[in-house]
Design a binder for this molecule. Structure first.
Ligand SMILES: *Cc1c(COP(=O)(O)O)cnc(C)c1O
Length: 378
């Protein structure tokens, strides 16, 4: 067993009850036992999405869910506005290119959120825009985007708003119906606290109208076929029995622990703790629009950040992520989703400080007490 604690922004550490569910003997997906699990999960997923619309299970990682959202509403040649705050925004724009959309890219400087004013101007300048794409949380930069404000703008147009909530849906408030999000995707190994391999999607009524006339090529991700299968109590293809069974455990655990709001509070508290400890240690925040689900911290300049991350894992047993592309070696990203105890948080802080001391000779006084005190008072 690995004795390193997993604090990456996905994959995340699993709850012991989820691990137990994953080790159960296999059952067939055409059995009354599984039928009951599937119908319960499809119904309860709506609570996480905060929607009245049907939710779907896809046996594909988050990127598959992003593709499914896009190609079910797309017509080749459609103008698509891609709002880009980092790697995952770039991926969605590239995907739209691959399916023959005419993509307009609106990027923010890395570390900053999308500007609502710029979105408004772009929508005005291009009234033909049919689809807008945005990450709720852009995991590569730990930036949280103003989804509610952007949705307000798009509501007044004929365009539909697709949101990648892979590190947001289930981590902080992202009410699909109330905010007017037209397509939303969550990912299993991120906020859904499961192993990698599934994504979860839902469409608004406005999006369903586009689905009816969408001519983009699709087969595996044809949501109309999935819908018909779900109506009959089945999935279109073989059901992902293990992960769906584990998802039922996650959904039950959320309810048992006080519901969605309580989960958001738990994750928000981890973020606040991380920010408080980072300040004491002297590491500053990278993102100008911090997300509750993941924190990016700037490493001191002239330090080998790749080596820092590696040593944190190997020597101190704390697994976090580094930066990608232009941020490689410059930041570390700490995830706040999944099964994380206070003891894990405390170990993270001490590991970070000791590792920093190895690299910079800087020693933080009284950190152990400060960490314990924060955790007991908050
Ligand atoms: C992880 C992630 C993805 C990609 O998910 P995969 O499961 O790796 O396909 C997409 N968007 C965001 C915001 C993510 O964090």
């Amino acid at each position: 067993m690995s004795n390193s604690i997993l604090l990456a922004p996905g994959p995340v550490a699993l709850h012991p009850e989820v691990q137990k569910a994953l080790s159960l003997p296999m059952i067939h997906h055409r059995t009354p036992e599984f039928d009951q699990i599937l119908s319960s999960v499809l119904k309860n997923l709506k609570n996480i999405f905060q929607t009245e619309e049907p939710c779907f299970l896809l046996s594909a990682t988050g990127s598959g869910g992003m593709e499914a959202l896009l190609i079910n509403v797309l017509n080749p040649g459609d103008q698509v506005l891609a709002l880009i705050t980092g790697k995952f925004g770039e991926r969605w724009a590239d995907m739209a290119d691959a399916f023959g959309a005419r993509v307009i890219r609106l990027s923010s400087p890395w570390g900053e959120a999308i500007s609502v004013d710029q979105v408004a101007q772009t929508l005005k300048a291009h009234p033909q825009i049919k689809i807008v794409l945005c990450q709720a949380c852009e995991t590569s930069t730990a930036v949280k985007n103003p989804i509610q404000e952007i949705a307000e703008l798009i509501k007044k147009t004929d365009a539909i708003f697709l949101v990648d909530g892979i590190t947001a849906l289930g981590a902080y408030d992202l009410p699909m119906d109330r905010w007017g999000i037209d397509g939303l995707v969550g990912g299993s190994q991120k906020a859904f606290m499961l192993p990698t391999g599934m994504s979860f999607i839902s469409f608004s009524k406005k999006a369903w109208k586009k689905i009816e006339s969408s001519k983009s090529l699709k087969y595996y991700f044809d949501i109309k076929k999935e819908f018909s299968a779900n109506e009959k109590g089945e999935t279109y293809f073989s059901s992902n029995v293990s992960l769906i069974r584990a998802l039922k455990v996650v959904l039950n655990l959320i309810e048992l622990n006080g519901g969605l709001d309580s989960l958001f509070k738990t994750i928000g508290r981890r973020q606040r703790y991380t920010l408080a400890m980072a300040q004491i240690i002297g590491l500053s925040l990278y993102s100008r629009s911090p997300s509750e689900s993941v924190t990016a911290l700037l490493l001191p300049p002239n330090m080998d950040g790749v080596k820092f991350r590696e040593q944190l894992e190997v020597k101190y047993g704390v697994t976090v992520m580094g930066g990608q592309d232009q941020l490689k070696g410059k930041i570390i990203r700490l995830g706040h989703m999944g099964y994380i105890t206070d003891e894990d948080l405390h170990r993270m802080t001490l590991g970070l400080a000791q590792n920093l001391k190895d690299f910079t000779n800087l020693e933080i006084e009284n950190l152990e007490n400060k960490s314990r005190q924060w955790l007991s008072e908050n």
